[in-house]
Design a protein around this ligand. Sequence first.
Ligand code: BES
Ligand code: MN
Ligand code: ZN
Length: 489
Amino acid sequence: MQTDTTNTSPESIKAAAIVVGVYAGGELTGAAKRLDTATEGVISRLVETGDIKGKANETTTILAPANVATDRIVVIGLGDREAMSRKTAFEAAATAAKSLASRDHGTDASFAMLLDEEWPVDLRESAVAGACVGCVGQDLYQGSKSMFPLANTVWPESWDKTSIQSGLILGDAVNLAKRLVNEPPSAIYPETLAAAAEQAAGEAGFSIETWDEKRLDAERCHSLLAVGRGSAKESRLCIMRHMGGSKEDPTIALVGKGVTFDSGGLSIKPSAGMLTMKCDMAGSAAVIGAMYGIAKLKLPVNVMGVIGAVENMVGRDSYRLGDVLTARNGTTIEVHNTDAEGRLVLADALCVAVDEGADKIVDLATLTGACVVALGEDIVGVMTNNEEWCNDVKKAADTAGEAVWQLPMSPEFGEQIKSKVADIKNVGAGRWGGAITAAKLLERFVDDRPWVHLDIAGPSFLDKPKSWHDAGGTGVMVRSLIELCRPEA
Ligand code: BES
Ligand code: MN
Ligand code: ZN
């Protein structure tokens, strides 16, 4: 997306659309007022009739308004002025962009985004990111597209170029993660996921090392390798680095589950539950997106990204129920369900992060259906072994405007993964508390490093679209991870 700022008065801007904001109760922002005056009250009349209420993400399109140069005015509800946050700014701009992207305006079309020229820098950045993300959909393989991303946007003159640039980077980082999730499993499998990470590394300027199966074997990643054994596709693990800090600074590790397709293995999933399992690499996609953003923003921090990429399939060498796997740190795991594969992949990926010098860890995984049962499709589950580090992660998510909720890690759940033949088994005693028993297994592989586990099984993939987002991959937590790695202002 090309961006510019404009000092042209709204009534004279030649554009395919001018987007303006209205707060709850029908309070017009600056550009909305100017256009309202020029059009002799087109907007305020809609407020009087109650057609425009200013509710968050309410969208009203006014075609061919008189006395102004633009083809259309799009009035976006911003909700309560006092409740304005990065989340609401992101969603308002994304709603506008998605609405405008539903038809082809041509590549020369330009869109003036004048939601509220008085917003502070953090809301500006979020609005630009939202505009970037809202107009990109999951129509990757459609002959005639459903969405037409906005090629040129224009922002208020009062908005600094720095916020606009960083907003674009955030948007691109989220869109990268979304696209990787939306790609079909025939296109994204472990090798191509690694190639996508390598491409992002080249573009954004961070380093990357990829381990193939031979190396993974030499590195004792036998838990990860077992999951991939049923697949014709080889497994991979990538280690990415952005060393923007000094040598003494701690290294934050971002570790992602990269199951490029989860059939369940021999504990095979029912057909309906399998359809969306291309999303099972969303944790890895978030790590790649975040690394891209962190490197592009040249953040002065040391960040490592580790992704474990496998395909969980049924094959003549599939791992079996009852198999005992030895993970990289020597822990033995008895397999009770081959569909609880994510934790087996992360076990080794977490060990690699520790061995490669991680001081603090965040992992992201579409790990359990149980987490979706607990928190629904819009909230990320958070589990930790360290409240301080967890508070940092929760604060970053809150600032970025992504919803997370912490689940307890009571020791009883750890008891549930005891095995009669090995150190642990890969499922709990029953279905209940499944998100937590999964986290309890992961905890055994972080060697007491401060660690936060994010279960993104719900929010990583939308079945139905929202006003500000197409259905499909969401790029959830990319903005939060970047925020986490930003030094305090
Ligand atoms: N990838 C799934 C979890 C999932 C479910 C992600 C729904 C996205 C949406 C994971 O590998 C899985 O199958 N988990 C099992 C664990 C069980 C066998 C202990 C589950 O949640 O049912
Ligand atoms: Mn599974
Ligand atoms: Zn899975």
